[in-house]
Design a protein around this ligand. Sequence first.
Ligand code: DGJ
Length: 796
Amino acid sequence: MILRKGNIFLLQTKKSSYFMQVLPTGHIEHMHYGASIITANQYEEFLKNGGAESELLSDMAKVLAIKHKNEGGNMVVYSEESYPLCLEVMPLEMSGFGKGDIREPMVELTFDNGASTCDFLFESAEISDELTALKTLPCSYTDEEKAEQLVITLKDSSYDIRLKMIYKVFPECDTITRSAILINNGKDTVKVDRLLSNQIDFQSMGYQLTSFHGRWADEMGKTTSVCNGGKVVNEELAAGESGSRSNPFTMVSMPDTTETAGECYGFNLVYSGNHYSSLSTNGTFLSRFVSGIQPTGFQWALGPGEEFEAPEAVMTYSGDGFGGMSRMMHDFVRKHIVRGYWRDRERPILINNWEATYFNFNQSSLLRIAKEAAKAGVELFVLDDGWFGARNDDHAGLGDWVVNTKKLPDGLKGLAEKINEMGLKFGLWVEPEMVNKDSDLFRAHPEWAVRIPGRSHSVGRTQMILDMSRTDVQDYIIDALSKVFSSANISYIKWDMNRIFSDRYSLELPAERMKEFQHRYYIGLYRVMRTLTEKFPQILFEGCSAGGNRFDLGILCFFPQIWASDDTDAVCRMDIQRGYSYGYPVNTQGAHVSAVPNHQTLHTVPLETRFSVAAFGCFGYELNLGELADTQKKQVADQVEFYKKWRKVFQFGDFYRLDKYRFMVVAKDKSAAVALIFQKESRPNNDYLALKTMGLDEGSIYEVANRQVAVNVKEFGSLINTMAPIHVKQNGVIHNIIARHYKMSGEKDEAVATGAMLNGCGLRLNPDYGGTGYGEDTRMFRTGDARLYVFARVTE
Ligand code: DGJ
């Protein structure tokens, strides 16, 4: 809800408040963002007293407004009339350079006379139930849940240029978004050197910024820095993508915030290009968080009558620690970012041929993989890279979206039909934004590749980027892909993007506009994505960028899920998926079971672990199932059956990080839950562990059971001789015969307990193997082992 009294505004979600007022000068003072400052009773009173006529908001503003009565030493006073107002000490909704606020600005402009001072002052405000959609960029929306919007328009005190600040309030998921639109009503072109999306002035120091960093196949490592002076930055400077080096999602919290308690703010951007966020203090008592398009390398010439839109910024506040914030962010992403046919639908279990075959496949080998997958109950077959043009390795073919009939003699149509006959849906990989020098497309249109005339071009994965800022390139891609998508019964598309930017340039842009290129690329890309997803609404799209190099809310506005990492090793994936979980829900993260030794790390972990970790994502397999032993094929079929049974809980439940290596999902109605425990490093001696849950309904009774994992005696190696009457040679004939005929069922943990017990005390688990004995109920829990536990409510 949005309350207004004159020029005082309160944006209210279920558990948070955002409070601001217009100062007599026209600047907007930010008075509070955080825990709710109005109770239900006060709100009732407010309404009884005539709403906007009530004095409540003015009384609250008197409490929270800065009592600024003295000119600050060595500070700039804004104006004679407003003496002693120094903008430097004011918490503000937006700042520009030049009038005394010397902190990190949200806006930087250069006017035609070369001056770069701007001074935006309040002009008008409007509250409505209708949410504004941005014209050039994707943004949040609502359909079922009520949301409201406040638009505050500011005008520069000297120039005819306006800044519209749009605030959307999503009460149910405690989320508020902001976007900014600059409108040039003047006669001269204004250079926009930066237009960030968000500025939050916190009224104390000592906050910490948590951001997520990494590299290819090693995304989302969590880093936290306290800011007590100076500046902490999270940015993707020049990759040209939201990036595996620095994801745009960040958190601001206090050093004593924990997973379950304390103040935590989550921030993100609905944007896929270079981004910038910072938390700074300037030596006063204030801290400032800003975020938006990366200003380095950016400039936009805003002509008379033109508008420039900054991407939407998302923020959520929770007083219940990192976990509470994450669950709010997940709800927001699932309901107000992801959209369309697949938003609320369970995602299919897929088999992808990439790690099974790489480029080396033909129709028969694909059909063999599909057949095994169909037998196991898998629902979708995905044909990855290599099906088109002269694409036999990664040196050629990108851009030529025509099926290679040498490999696939029946074309995509014939292959899809055969796959469909097996009971599987058919999906396909594309990488539309790219071109190889060795391709028909490049030979026909060398001017479409991003490169600088007269300068040698630096490539990545031997490919070049198509200039998506050009309408002819966008139209070509829309047309070429529409033909592919209509050429067969295609249910799923994996949209890849495998290199970062270099040599940024567009032949269509004049020199003075070249710094617009990177942002124009995304405006063009979003147009293509919007057109294709609207044209093929039932196709399930999965984003990908060499794994998680473009995992962001911009992509999720079009594609409901994104391949989280090219690292399919379950041990690494625990860390990577935990990193994503801070800002992104489980059902946005693609996760697959792959072969061992793992292709990225050479780790070997059990099939059960690979399954358990991948189940906390959009689940699939990426290996040649036909090459598994019969017992493993049975295990796969069992996993598929299990996942289907609990899929809704995995994909749409509330997610909890129980600790670093334990996850849990709880159905929204609390009727069921699944927990994962993972052994990062086993140690001897018995650890009598408890599984302490979160999120179960305290008053309900649950039946708990683990997924039993059969143990092969060979896993004990030569220890078999401590029990065998004769000496058994490790891996010898007798050892193999025993292993074939004697199966150990694995420990069973079963219980009936109240949610209160399970959340409060936890379930005491059977002991893990610790070097001093082994019984039926001992859990083999070696480094890299994992267990899943299911909770089914029996009474409410
Ligand atoms: C990178 C992706 O992340 C992989 O999954 C695979 O699709 C390859 N590209 C194919 O080139």
